[in-house]
Write a protein of this length. Structure first.
Length: 249
């Protein structure tokens, strides 16, 4: 048992031992002899690593419960709908009847937990001043505008199959205009790109994946390392990050 400060509510409590990413996102790895592939985007070549899930004492049981609500909802969407749909149709998934706030909070919780984790694989996830901002958003379940911490999601493919059990360490990209940071990571073959802070809504050409009126999960191939090491440039070339180009301070 470990009594310490819970990172979400900041109370001194008994802390739970939990995954940084939800347990169910490792299920595909457990099917393959408890191993998973992990890419390190910080290097010029990728590393294949076999490793068990990463546990750490971070939250009290009440706060675990808060995060769990977001996780449970995302599980029903990602594993109940997105992955089966893309596996069958091999095309973009769109859901116009989903709970924006719950799904957004889930996406942000992945980044926030990576940021508070002291584990080496999350070393590039340090959020600085945004860490406490996200803590309050998650603790209170606050709904953020689409352009605040915008979230883009792509299901990666390998040889026309879902890139299940593929993980990529968090990497950072700086945008040229405005100097904001984007964090990118792959969890069980799903690429998340999350911008920090607030961006001008006027500048949006393509809405983030997690938008008020729909959830959109794009599909792309994980065929070349360069494609996802420099994911930001690629998204930008596709016009998906065009809001950053016209963003003014
Ligand atoms: Zn707590």
């Amino acid at each position: 048992m470990l009594i310490s400060i819970c990172r979400l509510c900041l109370q001194k409590k008994e802390l739970c031992k939990s995954h940084v990413y939800p347990e169910y996102m490792y299920t595909n790895c457990y099917n393959d002899k408890h191993s998973f592939i992990e890419f390190n985007a910080g290097k010029n070549r990728f590393n294949k690593t076999r490793r068990k899930g990463t546990y750490q004492h971070l939250l009290c049981s009440k706060c675990e419960g808060i995060i769990q609500k977001y996780e449970d909802y995302a599980k029903s969407i990602l594993y109940g709908e997105v992955k089966p749909y893309i596996k069958q149709n091999m095309k973009q998934y769109i859901n116009r009847n989903y709970e924006y706030n719950k799904f957004k909070l889930f996406s942000l919780s992945l980044l926030w937990r990576a940021s508070i984790s002291s584990h080496e694989i999350f070393v590039n996830a340090f959020l600085g001043k945004y860490e406490d901002e996200l803590r309050k958003i998650l603790l209170n379940g606050r709904e953020t505008p689409v352009n605040e911490f915008p979230v883009y999601i792509i299901q990666m493919l390998i040889k026309n199959e879902l890139a299940n059990s593929v993980f990529m360490e968090i990497c950072q990209s700086k945008v040229k205009i405005g100097g904001k940071t984007i964090y990118q990571f792959i969890v069980d073959g799903i690429l998340f790109s999350i911008g920090t802070g607030s961006l001008s809504i006027r500048a949006f050409n393509t809405e983030p994946s997690v938008s008020l009126h729909y959830l959109r999960v794009d599909v792309d191939k994980l065929s070349e390392v360069s494609q996802f090491v420099d994911v930001y440039s690629k998204l930008k070339n596709q016009g998906k990050f065009s809001e950053y180009e016209t963003y003014n301070k």
